[in-house]
Ligand binder design. Structure first.
Ligand SMILES: NC(=O)c1ccc[n+]([C@@H]2O[C@H](COP(=O)([O-])OP(=O)(O)OC[C@H]3O[C@@H](n4cnc5c(N)ncnc54)[C@H](O)[C@@H]3O)[C@@H](O)[C@H]2O)c1
Length: 374
């Protein structure tokens, strides 16, 4: 990293939100819970949307994207736009010498992911990316169990996300069925980021995909009855080979009406670890030893937390000049895995990954919410 922006240790790091849609209230609500970060402005292509969020959540300023990017009080741009705008907004923020934290996925295309990494390096700013659920109490407790050797050598994992899509609740769901959407790009980041946080980076993948229907009908209120063309695979399966030698089986689907599959399980030589839903921050965390009949509930060793933990960790990383945990290298590796699963299905062969990342550092236990360094 070149010349990181300097912010005094005692000052809050200013955050400017771009994109004030469906997910934004979670960030507006949570960010005040974390020390050392403060939302100082928000913007949206639809300015009235930004104004009404600012009023609802007491944000001092709602403004255009250009004005937000030139505001000297903003150190981190929180990019909550739809995936098709992630690259454009992130690159504009980097060009304005802002650090950026993106909603997931990092971008739609691999080239844009690489362009963001390279621009951030040459501009000397940081880029982070959701999901940050792996920083929550549930998955950090799992990480601690694995690192302590409680399950023995982890050799395998399963990760399953299966539902029937988002058009029954999201007010504007078409993007989930267009390029950059689909269950793997939408939900895969939660499952794959969790697996990489627990088991480390992936070397090689294979995949197979299909779709159940070519058209979906919106049943949420605003656009009730409108049809959506399904332009992407909506049932996507993959096999992952980790650097560590572990192997994972992954299913993501928007085509399944009902399922009793678990979310994530990690199989160790001595025990099985039941990992909580990686789209939430809490438990339950459960362990089961080979011949025993009962699962044991494990108390969480870290505070639960919520969306925005990754931004708070990034702010502390800027202050302490250390690597942030939910960073763009991790997100870019996850993006690479998701593309490779699709490519493997199209090519009928395994795909070797070229992207690299480090397994993010575990958070020490016993710290208050929003603190990450012992
Ligand atoms: N909705 C969820 O439950 C949810 C959950 C987790 C993550 N996410 C992620 O959050 C992101 C946003 O999703 P959402 O559901 O809030 O979408 P949304 O469509 O409800 O909101 C996106 C907002 O971004 C604005 N926008 C789009 N392009 C822009 C640009 N170039 N400049 C400024 N503003 C722009 C839009 O006007 C809109 O208000 C996506 O990356 C999605 O994957 C969504």
């Amino acid at each position: 990293m070149g010349q990181p922006m300097t912010t005094q240790n005692t000052e809050s790091i200013g955050v400017g939100v771009i994109g004030c849609g469906t997910i934004s209230p979670q960030y507006f609500r949570n960010m005040p819970l974390y020390p050392g970060v403060e939302i100082v402005a928000c913007s949206d292509l639809i300015l009235d949307r930004a104004k009404s969020r600012a009023q609802e959540f007491g944000v001092p300023k709602a403004c255009s994207v250009e004005e937000l990017l030139s505001d000297p009080n903003i150190d981190i741009v929180l990019n909550l736009t739809t995936p098709n705008a992630h690259a454009e907004v992130s690159l504009a923020a980097i060009a304005a010498e802002k650090h950026v934290y993106n909603e997931k996925p990092l971008t739609i295309d691999r080239d844009d992911g690489e362009a963001i990494l390279s621009a951030s390096r040459s501009q000397g700013v940081r880029v982070g990316c959701a999901p940050d659920t792996f920083l929550g109490g549930g998955i950090q407790t799992c990480r601690r169990l694995i690192d302590a050797g409680d399950i023995g050598r982890p050799f395998g994992a399963t990760a399953f996300f299966a539902n029937h899509g988002h058009e029954s609740w999201h007010p504007d769901p078409a993007f989930y069925y267009q390029r950059g959407g689909g269950p793997m790009f939408d939900m895969g980041p939660y499952y794959l980021t969790c697996l990489v946080a627990l088991l480390g980076p992936v070397q090689q993948v294979s995949g197979s995909y299909t779709k159940a229907t070519d058209e979906r009908t919106i049943t949420s209120e605003a656009r009730y009855g409108e049809k959506i063309n399904v332009e992407v695979p909506t049932h996507v399966t993959g096999l992952l080979n980790f650097d560590s030698g572990a192997v994972a089986t992954v299913i993501t689907s928007f085509d399944v009406w009902a399922s009793e599959l678990p979310r994530i399980e990690i199989y160790g030589a001595e025990r099985t670890l039941s990992v909580p839903d990686p789209n939430i921050f809490g438990g339950p965390v459960r362990l089961k030893r080979g011949p025993s009949d009962e699962w044991t509930d494990v108390a969480l060793t870290h505070p639960e937390g919520g969306r925005g933990l990754g931004v708070a960790d990034m702010a502390q990383a800027i202050r302490r000049d250390r690597k942030s945990r939910a960073d763009a290298e991790l997100a870019n590796h996850v993006l690479d895995i998701m593309h490779a699963i699709h490519e493997s299905s199209e090519q009928g062969s395994h795909v070797n990954l070229t992207s690299k990342c480090q397994r993010p550092e575990a958070i020490p236990p016993g710290l208050p919410l929003g603190e990450f360094d012992a």
